[in-house]
Design a protein around this ligand. Sequence first.
Ligand SMILES: [Zn+2]
Ligand SMILES: [Zn+2]
Length: 375
Amino acid sequence: MRSGRAACSRKKKCEDDSRRRSNGRAVFGILQPGPSFVSMNRHTQPLPAPESALRALEEKLGAALPPILRSRYAASNGGSFGDPRKRDAEWQLHPVFDSSDRKQMKRTAEDVLHYTRLALQDARFPRDGISIAHDYSMYRQLFVRRDPASGNIAEDILLFDVHTGEFAAPYACDLQAAIDQARVPEAVQPDPARALPVFRYYADPFEAGVMRTSGETCQCCGQATGYIYDGSFYAIGDESHFCPWCIADGSAAAKFEGEFNDAAGVGMGEVELPMRIIEEVSQRTPSFFSWQQERWWAHCNDAGRFLGEIEHVDRALLASEPAADFVRETCGDAHLDAGEGWQWLLDTPSRERSFAVFVFGCLHCGKLGGYVDLS
Ligand SMILES: [Zn+2]
Ligand SMILES: [Zn+2]
């Protein structure tokens, strides 16, 4: 059974940084060490919401956001902050829909408007309310209110709590005050002495955006390791946020009887592989963000190593002989000619295309493969 990931997507990444990193690392085919701790600090906070996205939201609301909320989004589009009134509770700030990038679109699809529509389905939620954050249960929300006279949105942050029956209780005088009063004394830092697990079939889950640094507790081992995975996990339950270790050693897949990657897609339905390889990819390897159900390319009787979306794959590698068949097949599948069409693909960021191209490398012969993922 396919179960979605948690309702809110927090993972953002800096495209420029990751491109620089990927270009500096052309080698594959041999197992590389995981990303360094230094580089991963870039993945802690969601990217800023672009001005255009803020304006689009304000247009839809027909009102300007309060300055304090606006500046929060301009610094980071989403993310979480703690709740001082409830131990271990965390508020998830609803992002502003950002259409500037394919990944951002996907990650911000469930935005302020989405959650406000959901909130309004409950007749007790104030009609002039705009939901800006929720806790894990979704029974508690923070919201702002439109002034009926001026139509402006007030800065006061109010609490909607189904369990206590508080439907418009004052929570903080503004968002910064809410964040400040919630500030936790010390964020969880990754332990530099503990080496990250190496995923044989995955070049860099941090670059792909499915893993990030976070103080969040792993839903499998219950520990805050400083890292969290929030890509896909297919299981009956809702658990999907795991530490890298619980993915790598198979304990998350075993405990929740789920899989990260569709076992039927390993080998792309064309190649039969030994069961232990299928299990390693489906149960002990992170997934990646895709429009369609992910598939896993295979070669030399082994699963390939996921190198990323084509925009993050080294240009020299794509121009090399082991890539020739992949280039020809990709051009065919995407209806591009091998000259200008291919060049257009290389020059066009993923967000400006209607499809993604996922690239894998054979761990044995170095050949490249993959597939075109249509939106
Ligand atoms: Zn864990
Ligand atoms: Zn091969």
